[in-house]
Design a binder for this molecule. Structure first.
Ligand code: PRP
Ligand code: MG
Length: 181
């Protein structure tokens, strides 16, 4: 079949599970940031779905901005090179910044982003991520909010891509072997 869902062989998290967990995270974030001046920063492109659902689960005043970074500047992630493709439109000096991403893999992207944003004199910088792969982590990243820790296997859906596809899946899962061949 040409239906995109049929390329998933194993579903790790269903749409309902994702929304439930984001609701729990949103509740915690809402409590923690009560009375503060929250700026939520989404990391393009993978974080689009998490941003949209997490932000709508928080019944508080907040602002949203976006960054796009590339961690493939000189070939592979292990090179450790991160470049800004699109910077914030917001001056974050004195602001409470919450970076939102859908996965922490090696940690390169978010460790670099935390350092970069911290140098702009924000009041605070924290991270919310839906997924984290503890076994793959090679850079120091300490997210304040984590949806789930997962094994070190390749997952797609809900923003996560394989060759730019599968981001539009509602669930998160692993791809059938035929997709790679
Ligand atoms: C993916 C993912 C995270 C990052 C995690 O983004 O969305 O942002 O990799 O990996 P790391 O912890 O090893 O840095 P990617 O750079 O592939 O771009 P995308 O968001 O546009 O898919
Ligand atoms: Mg990303």
């Amino acid at each position: 079949s040409s239906h995109v869902e049929h390329d998933l062989v194993n579903i790790l998290f269903t749409e309902a599970q994702i929304q439930q967990r984001l609701g729990e995270m949103a509740l915690q974030i809402t409590e923690d940031y009560e009375g503060r001046d929250l700026l939520v920063v989404g990391v393009l492109r993978g974080a689009v779905m998490v941003m949209a659902d997490l932000a709508r689960a928080m019944p508080i005043h907040l602002e949203m901005d976006w960054m796009a970074v590339s961690s493939y500047g000189s070939g592979t992630k292990s090179s450790g090179v991160v470049r800004i493709l699109k910077d914030l439109d917001t001056d974050i000096s004195g602001r409470d910044v919450l970076i939102v991403d859908e996965i922490i893999d090696t940690g390169l992207t978010l460790s670099w982003l935390v350092n970069n944003l911290s140098s702009r004199s924000p009041a605070s910088v924290e991270i919310a991520t839906l997924l984290r792969k503890p076994e793959a982590l090679s850079m120091p990243v300490e997210p304040k909010y984590v949806g789930w820790d997962i094994p070190n296997e390749f997952v797609v859906g809900y923003g996560l891509d394989y060759r730019e596809r599968y981001r539009n899946l509602r669930d998160i899962g692993t791809l059938a072997p035929h997709v790679y061949s």
